[in-house]
Design a binder for this molecule. Sequence first.
Ligand code: ADP
Length: 633
Amino acid sequence: MSQPATETHRFEAEVDAVLRLVTHSLYTNREVFLRELVSNAVDALDKARILALAGEALRPVEGEPKIRILLDKDAKTISVEDDGIGMTAEEVRENLGRIAHSGTRRFLEEVAKGAKPDDASLIGQFGVGFYASFIVADRVEVDTLSARPDAVAVRWTSTGDGTYQIAPSDRTRRGTKVTLHVGERGQEFLDATVIERIVKRYSNFVLYPIELVDESADDAKPRRINATKAFWTRPPKEISDEEYDDFYREFMGGFLLPGDEPLTRLHFSMDAPIQFHALLYVPGRAPMELLGEASRGVALYARHVLVMERAEKLVPVYLRFLRGVVDSEDVPLNVSREAVQDHQSVSAIRRQITRKVLAHLDALAKDDRETFEKIWNRFGAILKEGIHTDNAHRDQLAKLLRYPTTTSGGALVSLDEYVASMADGQKAIYYITGASVEELEASPHLEACRERGIPVLLMTDPVDEWVVLNLTEYAGKPLENVRKGSWAGPDGATEDATDETADAGRIAHLIAKAKEVLGDRVADVRPSKRLRSSASCLVDPPDSLGHNMERLLEAARRPVTVRPKILELNPDHPLVRAAEKIAADAPDDEHLPLYVELFFDMAQLAQGTVADPAGVVRRIQTVMQEVLPPEVS
Ligand code: ADP
């Protein structure tokens, strides 16, 4: 059989574009070329390992699979060689002649949108993979032998000028060797200490040995330059903060923006009931994707070997902001990764992690309030989901809840602190839910509590509606919604407040008139115990979803029947008293229906929405015309 001759191919147009950007713009962070090549080598080793586990017959490799970095200062070359899966000739054309992977595509899209390609964060986020070689190399050769038993070795060569060549290679070991012929731009990398520093920075915890061979040194012996042990198996007291931070950066892809540093970490090992190591971090920033459920980032290792990068079943959904690794001897190295997650050991690990993380957050809240509040502000809304979804840990989660109150001046208060500060005779924890603190602060429902200095929790997260559905009491105290119709007013306020029937008697005529005028637009009309300076407000009938919940469901375009509310009138308010007098003395007064409508308008306005804005305007004008002096004609 004759050897096929060298063939020349053109790059796909997009590759050309990437190459031009890479070679002309990416000066600021040139060292990433090595990170990209090492991660490709790791991927190739992983693929070979997984296929072997799946029982595929692969070309064997002598000794432990490794990555070797070969440095030759005389020849001015840097090579990265792996014992991984390798590529067939067809795969070489597929993978190195076109943009086959999403990272580079997204990189190009960002550049097309106007991002500057020399922005270090851009390459950090997307990477440009293999093509980063051309940052430092004038010419790149790839010698590869696929681990498929019948494959032949191929050599890919390019100077990055729009074409590449494919020819036979004399490689006999399975895997891939990428050789960079370093040009002007890459001289500084022809130095063993520089290479070692870069590998430690980006690839220290890679699970395969990375060996460096300085071929130009007198004694060219391979030496291992990355960590020899899975980091998380070391005892926590032997690990410095800096090492923990380095590990986190490495884990997050080798690049952190300011503010991305982790807020707290938790490192522990267990032997019983199940053996595992866990190193978990709370990230410094809540990336958009965290809010969705798709992305969870705790990696699962079985006996130090990576099983899955994102094992979503290792942590409950409401802890999905955690990042880190779990490594267990009890997890089977199954070929089907999804099946591994369903193994009973994974749910046992999840239970232990949940317990430990919640205890850690509780301790943090006590020891380092500032950090805890940062975590709460970023991830509290996610944590709160657990109150609804995880009965078993509801009490532990409830301890972590933090809300501003009407008396805290913006500071966050825990339920324990709220209970500790309750006034004598106050029997319940009061709260109100709504869209914003500003809106809630202006709410007439708070007036009676405010007058007595009784704090009300201000709940403004949509998920709070679910929190209060599930959390009906805390530390033996009921949680009461001050907007609910059944609310009887703050305890301790009762001594000087007349009872409801007496109040009803004081404004009986007005109430009767209001029921007649408003008809089925209201569920009821009655005197209020929660108002002081306002004349009227609307409250939720006991069996309704509640005003804020209705509003949320409507905003989410979910079908919802908005139930009529109860109109409450303040029997001590001068306007209400004046209207009562008219209703008693002259029930047919032509202005009375207008006044009733205005009490209803004001109550609706106070909670942010009026059914009939044009009607409100008309009624206000009518009243103004009465009050203002007659027009001069
Ligand atoms: P990415 O690694 O992000 O997919 P690259 O441009 O770095 O993108 O590589 C493109 C493809 O080339 C890879 O997806 C892989 O299939 C193949 N490849 C690159 N390096 C190697 C290697 N060392 N061994 C085997 N295949 C490789």
